[in-house]
Design a protein around this ligand. Structure first.
Ligand code: ADP
Length: 535
């Protein structure tokens, strides 16, 4: 704390805290912010596209994640800088709203920042740059609408949807099985979709995984899975038209509590007790059978003798099922959880078309599949893979594919990928720039260069000559007046993305441009950064 005097001689106190803050203002602040944003974008740039690289991230507790998904990379990076955090948020918002294009949006924002830096150096005011960007983004978004194509599909014609999901999956590690995974994702989305209301509740799709097997073994289950097995190995492994009793009460004779004492001094007494216990349990089994149950799912366990009896009485059972799973089963099968045995009635049974136990490879791992449930359209995508990291990355990739399919059901317009849409927008924005007489024109032209960053990154990552490739594709688009030409990343031999079946959703692409512009505008408008200094 220090005492000072102002020009009129009045004393004032300077608080120590104030001294400890560092402050950047004006152009210096903008430049520092821009370079932080660009640093984040540079990290993601090499991950863009089908030939993009993956990143390996290690968490503080040693867990390793290998991924290509922009949102996940940023999520797991320990970012300290405030502006870098904004970029993380940017990717996250794209993930929440659209689910795909999380890398592209950050690359685009980085390019906009890079161009803004140049304009700032030339003395253009940040607000003018922000306004120019806003105008340009509006032109680009409208242009996308113009070049978008309607995309027809139906419950019987799912191929177009599968193709779009394949574009998303082609840049991921799971690329090898993209066809199978895309089909699974589309079928899953269609089975929970309400095509009339154009609505998809992705919560009804559970994505589960188990280490082992290969990626090709990934399957779609029309129902739910429970990580449990039948209580006895000789019980039937498959039950059709199952009626399920869901119990949270113990399924065994009441055990004497510690305070009670049973004196057994003769063989007869022991036998009577045993018989009584057996009868008690037999009655329970009979009660289940009387109400019509063909499977018992129980929260508690039962001992080996009870297990044996159940097997003999031909009543399959599953024990030690967790509360959460029990609820899930109850919801899916339309059954009621029964807390007291006396309350078991036929209406409380859940129904499922097929319950089967599946074992995996040579391991003793078994899972229970409850399929074609009465009450629910819930489906499960069950992923297999060599290791945990692979399964986690597959989960993320499938999430992207599910989102793409959902977006198409909500709005079935598409634009072409491989940078084709960006190049077409850049041509349109460039043409429009001449109409603006003010300084904004510079910002609009800068926006054009930023739009080119996505195809340039795609070309670079695929080992092509970036500038040459971009100019060739751009001139081809202008010459043939066709917005379908993009970067031939996989060296297929044609630049026509329509032929290559590389699509992206219109709303996804629009969102990318809007969100990137919004964040860059926000960063440009900051002219004072006050932060606690390091000491
Ligand atoms: P994001 O997280 O942004 O979806 P990706 O790494 O999935 O990033 O890359 C997506 C980009 O790759 C999009 O611009 C898309 O058009 C492009 N792309 C995907 N597949 C191909 C392909 N086969 N040929 C050319 N471009 C492709």
């Amino acid at each position: 704390m220090a005492l000072s005097f102002d020009e009129y001689g009045r004393p004032f106190i300077i608080l120590k805290e104030q001294e400890q803050k560092t402050r950047l203002s004006g152009l210096e602040a903008q430049k520092a912010n821009i370079s932080a944003g660009r640093a984040v974008s540079r990290i993601l740039r090499t991950s863009l596209g089908p030939k993009g690289m993956d990143k390996m991230l290690q968490s503080p507790d040693g867990d390793v994640t290998i991924t290509n998904d922009g949102a996940t990379i940023l999520e797991q990076m320990d970012v300290d800088n405030q502006i870098a955090k904004l970029m993380v948020e940017l990717s996250r918002s794209q993930d929440y709203e659209i689910g795909d294009g999380t890398t592209g949006v950050v690359v685009m924002a980085g390019a906009l920042l890079e161009q803004a830096e140049r304009l700032l150096e030339r003395g253009i005011h940040p607000i003018r740059i922000a306004e120019g960007y806003e105008m340009a983004s509006r032109i680009a978004v409208e242009h996308l609408e113009r070049i978008a194509q309607k995309f027809d599909f139906g419950p019987t014609n799912i191929e177009p949807l599968v193709q779009t999901c394949m574009t998303t999956l082609s840049s991921k590690i799971v690329n090898r099985c993209k066809r199978a995974l895309a089909e699974i994702s589309v079928k899953a989305v269609l089975s929970v979709a309400d095509l009339e209301r154009k609505d998809v509740n992705l919560d009804l799709i559970k994505v589960e995984g188990k280490v082992g097997g290969k990626l090709e073994d990934t399957e779609l289950i029309y129902g739910i899975t429970v990580d449990k097995d039948m209580s006895h190995p000789q019980m039937p492994k498959q039950i059709e038209d199952a009626k399920i009793a869901i119990l949270t009460c113990p399924f065994e004779p009441p055990k004497p509590k510690t305070k009670h004492k049973v004196d057994i001094d003769t063989v007869e007494k022991f036998q009577t007790l045993r018989q009584q216990e057996q009868k008690y349990f037999n009655d329970m089994v009979q009660k289940c059978k009387d109400v019509g149950a063909s499977l018992v799912i129980c929260q508690w366990g039962f001992d080996d003798e009870a297990n044996h009896l159940l097997m003999h009485q031909n009543l399959p059972a599953v024990r030690w099922v967790g509360g959460v799973e029990l609820e899930l089963i109850a919801i899916a099968t339309g059954g009621r959880i029964v807390p007291r045995f006396q309350e078991l009635t036929p209406e409380k049974l859940g129904r499922a078309g097929l319950v089967r136990e599946k074992s995996f490879g040579t391991t003793k791992d078994k899972m229970l599949y409850i399929e074609h449930c009465a009450n629910s359209r819930a489906v499960t995508i069950f992923i297999r893979g060599g290791n945990k990291m692979m399964i986690e990355e597959t989960k993320r990739s499938i999430h992207d594919a599910l989102c793409v399919a959902r977006n198409l059901i909500r709005n079935n317009f598409i634009v072409y990928g491989g940078g084709a849409a960006e190049i077409s927008c850049s041509i349109a924005v460039e043409a429009a720039a001449d109409k603006y007489p003010g300084v904004e024109q510079y910002a609009i032209r800068a926006f054009v260069d930023a739009l080119d960053a996505v195809p340039v990154a795609l070309a670079e990552n695929s080992g092509l000559q970036p500038i040459e490739t971009l100019s060739a594709v751009k001139s081809q688009q202008i010459k043939e007046n066709n917005p379908h030409f993009g970067i031939d990343c996989n060296d297929v031999g044609t630049n026509d993305m329509c032929e290559q079946n590389v699509f992206e959703t219109l709303i996804g692409k629009q969102q990318q441009i809007l969100l990137a512009t919004q964040v860059v505008k926000m960063i440009l408008k900051i002219d004072d950064v006050i932060s606690p200094s390091d000491y």
